[in-house]
Write a protein that binds this ligand. Structure first.
Ligand code: MD3
Ligand code: FE
Length: 201
């Protein structure tokens, strides 16, 4: 396996893992996912809609409402989540291998959207890595340690970058502080897509 371009608090980042043609093909796949399973704004525990819109592909999709964060086996409309695109599974194979992911969360950020510092802990087994793919505008990614108050480091994630979160970093606090608007021409109307692949069960 190739070496990551950089590591940040244990998070491995491969800059430009996807070339422009790969990125364009992936966006087309994701438009098909979002047309079968439309984007929605999950509610936080406080009942406020998140600024990031989401949908999922795979056996499970991530969902949240006032009853909490969880994985559900259908889109809120009742339709099945579409299959994870083959090109996405191939990226997982190259960098993670092992058991294939059963959720591909699709996060869509409009220029104002953010994601506060959090841990990913809705999965059954944290021994499996998480893989993230960035498309579209640059995003300021922040990662800390296992406690919310641990020191954090930040890096700009760009279109085509892939990150793997494994080992101790799997439970690190992380978030997206802001986008750099109009930094990419990949998405016609701007914004950012992040794909997060996880083994859920
Ligand atoms: C570091 N998404 O959906 S992906 C999420 O860019 C989420 O949309 C962000 O955090 C995004 O939960 C960040 C990169 C990422 C994903 C999982 C991690 C970084 C992580 C788990 C542990 C540590
Ligand atoms: Fe997360």
């Amino acid at each position: 396996m190739t070496e990551p371009t950089l590591t940040l608090n244990g998070v491995s980042i491969w800059k430009g893992w996807l070339n422009r043609a790969d990125q364009e093909a992936l966006v087309a796949d994701l438009r098909a996912v979002a047309s079968a399973a439309p984007l929605f704004s999950p509610l936080t525990g406080a009942g406020r809609p998140m600024s990031v819109r989401m949908t999922s592909a795979g056996r499970f999709g991530w969902y949240s409402d006032r009853s909490g964060y969880r994985y559900i086996d259908r889109h809120p409309s009742g339709v099945a989540w579409p299959p994870i695109p083959k090109a996405v599974l191939m990226i997982w194979d190259s960098l993670c291998g092992g058991r294939p992911p059963d959720c591909c969360l699709v996060n869509f950020y409009d220029p104002q959207a953010r994601m506060g510092l959090h841990q990913d802990r809705d999965e059954a087994d944290f021994a499996h890595p998480v893989l993230s793919i960035s498309l579209g505008d640059d995003a300021l990614f922040r990662v800390g340690g296992l406690a919310r108050t641990d020191p954090t480091r930040s890096v700009w994630l760009q279109s085509g970058d892939v990150a793997v979160l494994g080992g101790a970093a799997r439970l690190a606090f992380h978030g997206i502080d802001r986008l750099r608007p109009n930094s990419s021409t990949l998405l016609g109307s701007g914004g950012r897509i992040n794909l997060t692949l996880r083994v859920v069960t």
